[in-house]
Design a protein around this ligand. Sequence first.
Ligand code: AMP
Length: 515
Amino acid sequence: MQIFTTIPGLRTFLADYRHDRSIALVPTMGALHKGHASLIRRAVAEAEITVVSIFVNPLQFAPTEDFSRYPRSLDSDRQLCASLGVAAIFAPSAETLGIGDSEDITAVIPPISLTSGLCGAFRPGHFQGVATIVTRLFNIIAPTIAYFGEKDAQQLAIIRQLVRDLNLAIEIRACATVRETSGLAVSSRNQYLSTAEREKATIIVKSLQLALESFHLGERQREKLLAIVQKNLDRVPEFRCQYLDLVHPQSLQPIEQIETDGLLAIAGLIGQTRLIDNIILRQRRAVIAIDGPAGAGKSTVTRLVAEKLGLTYLDTGAMYRAVTWLVVNSGLDLSAEAAIAELLSLAKIAIIPADSPENVTIVKINEQDVTLEIRSPAITAQVSRIAAQKAVRQQLVTLQREMGMSGGIVVEGRDIGTNVFPEAELKIFLTATPEERARRRLKDLEAQGNGGISLAELTQEIEKRDYLDSNRSLAPLRKAADAIEVNTDHLSIAEVTEKIIALYRQGEENQWRSL
Ligand code: AMP
């Protein structure tokens, strides 16, 4: 792991790596704890290289706040990052970031609608300071993905909007809040709390938990949910609440009733220490992501799981076939990537999943039904060339995410849990040893009357394919940090399906994302 304090140093280091690979950024203010570690772990698992920035940003502290006493621990931060597989730490000075001694800088001002409520009302200028520095880090590092904690929900919503508004090619990924065993959200500022204060501080999470339970019992009204939380907070008068609100997680505007999801957020003081916490109240059916190497039985198992659980099988293959059909029919050269990207952007692709296992996914392009045509040998022969194009992949991933937004889907691939649906409620990594996959393949080939290849040769072929799949620049095969590995070596298809269904039920019982 390398440490850089200058922009030329870091940029030169990254230039060697860049070539189409994914670069993750985890922006932090240091004093790293297990909350940061969970962001870093995910970044390391999901991207090819991870940069952690450590910068205590003076722009986001008001003069009355704790800038000078904010904890700093570069040595232990460095050790933690190295142990987690971080490629580089970027620890610039304020001068390096161009905010030395002057307020005369180009600032990034997020929309007032996002900054006027919640913490913004108590910390004027805070989010402008965050947005200004995060934009600089984004421009210096040019990451492909950046990780932020859900604990700072307002910050997360603001950064998402910033990326959209400034057309940055960066994907923002949110990570669940990491908590102490007591439930208290881990924070660098927890070090300021005495043992007694730490105990008192748990009233925040306990109150959020009550709201969650009430939500799962069907409560959707603002007034009722806030009253439950307020009543509980009142039990600990040492907690001086600054705000308690129920807002929309993206617009941050107060909501009267939860339709799809709501963000219940709390901030306040215990002694001199300011604490924040929140919870997303959302009820949706799960997204199940099934990844794994070729030949592990993914597609059969995925269809069966969808059928048995009454979920929708999202046929991503049909999407790539649809684009291939579009390109072939437009007469474009299959290697004209820019023209294809433009064509696809202007096209209207509708994927209507099958409502029963016997049916096929219906595909329409610009209102024309191409369900059957996309299965023709001519399309089958070309689809891998189209699927290898970055812009096609990006646009189809966006479509897949839109289709998965309200949950209730099962999807299989190589990077579904790490890239397409990193927030999936259940992630399975379905695998089998190369020898076992070779045995299965040989059996299939012999059944088709195509024997004549040895088991050793097939095993070698499969190992080679695994290597290529894991090292390709576009959508490499990767196991998500929170995926459950299911080795199918000694299991039948029915047993594998049952196992996944059992994991789903278990998650359902735990309400997926309870505190
Ligand atoms: P900070 O160093 O406080 O600016 O935090 C850096 C990043 O870590 C931010 O994206 C925070 O939201 C995230 N973070 C801080 N605490 C936690 C936590 N307990 N769980 C998850 N993420 C966290």
